[in-house]
Design a protein around this ligand. Sequence first.
Ligand code: HEC
Length: 272
Amino acid sequence: MKLFKTLAAVSLILLAVPAFAAEGQRDAKDISYSFEGPFGHFDKGQLQRGYKVYKEVCSTCHSMHLLSFRNLADQGGPGFSEAQVKALAATFTVKDGPGDDGEMLDRPGLPSDRFPSPFANEQAARNANGGALPPDLSLITKARAGWTGTFNQLINGIGGPDYVYSVLTGYEEAPAEIAKEAPPGKHYNPYFANGPWIGMPPPLSDGQVTFDDGAPDKVDDMARDVSAFLAWTAEPKMEERKSMGFATVIYLAVLAVLLYFVKQKIWAKVEH
Ligand code: HEC
């Protein structure tokens, strides 16, 4: 009975989760990524393409303050070499100082710098975006969830990358009955968590980024690649965590078998 009650409580909680989603927000599109599931791995080529989309498109508005350029060479990540990281860090401009004259100065990025914000401060960022603030993207795939069903989420995670993909590809013509209410400068996007009106203009268009490996560059492809990249930025140690988890489960299974035989042996002479 107690077990039954616990199960009932747990399933009620699980069923209640979608109710937290914003009213009228559309469920995220369920994308299948290489890193889902207990044995999933990041696809290095995809992370490198996603980085390129971030650099050429998103970084003109969004920072990633929790990530340093040198992380791009870390184990389990996009697999850039240290020389590549040095070169790509230098393509960003970083504020440093103040210098001897008391003024802040601009210099090219170094591998130890974090991904900077393109704006001097929050007001400047809002001012350039019609009042909306482009959030830092380091943790966006952990901060937002895409609802893809209880079982699916248990196996594949909370669906943060699916949410990002859905926002990037989810711009539509607003339904006639609310089109008149459109705030100036906002776009209709039913997947946006604080929607349906979003202050980000559709950032991607077909063919915008040319990939070095010749991979397809439709909006759909770029959205997949950049959302996978943002899954990595939010959890750069995911591969390590999964292989550690797997090793732990094997270890515990072997230990359980050994303990069983030890117990049989110790109690063998005790009469029932
Ligand atoms: C022209 C500037 C601009 C560009 C370029 C841009 N964004 Fe945005 N983005 C914004 C603004 C502004 C917001 C906040 C919108 C709001 O609050 O209404 C935003 C919001 C978002 C959100 C929703 C965050 C949330 O709160 O749920 C995501 C995800 C996002 N951007 C990802 C991206 C990605 C990925 C790219 C690159 C492909 C990109 N953006 C390019 C300006 C931009």
